[in-house]
Design a protein around this ligand. Structure first.
Ligand code: ATP
Length: 166
């Protein structure tokens, strides 16, 4: 993975398709599970610096988790908000949430909360998301209110000059 991120091409691009395509992959799953899947994007969408394939891949990981840990009747919202130096892309859910003890560890490899739940998964999705975003010089983080929901967010800087240190 490290060599992959090092070799990753980076461009200025419009992230609309990456975000919309990732979200669209979950439309039928959301219907089946009766979860409201929402998409809120700025119009016009600003261009950002990075790699559209990686953005889509990271969003698929985050939306997949949000769907997995949100019960029927809940809401999953994919949102992009313009901040001064970056676009902040987030996936919020009204799911089970993550305890304050577990929250600092969710980006670690093989970390799984409450294994007894029997949810499928390797515990690698968020670790991959973290490595990819760090490799791009972007930040990714999580907030949660246990029992109410979680919010995973990442930055996409507008230009090459601005990304923070990886
Ligand atoms: P996979 O590698 O298939 O995604 P996974 O979901 O177990 O498997 P991660 O995506 O790395 O692995 O997530 C790590 C852990 O963080 C999960 O096992 C889960 O306990 C917790 N988690 C992740 N996203 C959420 C969420 N939206 N709501 C509640 N818990 C979550």
């Amino acid at each position: 993975l490290q060599s992959g991120t090092a070799a990753m091409s980076r461009n200025i691009f419009d992230p609309y398709n990456a975000i919309a395509d990732a979200t669209e992959q979950f439309i039928s799953q959301a219907e089946d599970k009766q979860i409201a899947l929402e998409l809120e994007l700025p119009d016009p969408m600003p261009k950002v610096f990075g790699n559209p394939d990686r953005v889509e891949q990271i969003l698929v990981i985050l939306i997949d988790n949000a769907m997995k840990y949100t019960p029927t009747g809940g809401t999953v919202c994919v949102r992009a908000v313009e901040k001064p130096e970056w676009l902040e892309v987030s996936v919020s859910d009204t799911g089970v949430g993550i305890s304050t003890q577990d929250l600092p560890h969710v980006f670690e490899r093989f970390y799984k909360v409450n294994k007894a739940r029997g949810k499928t998964g390797t515990g690698l999705g968020l670790a991959i998301a973290y490595e990819v975003m760090s490799g791009l010089g972007e930040k990714i983080w999580a907030d949660s209110e246990p029992g109410k929901g979680s919010r995973f967010a990442f930055t996409l800087h507008y230009t090459q000059e601005q990304p923070p240190e990886a």
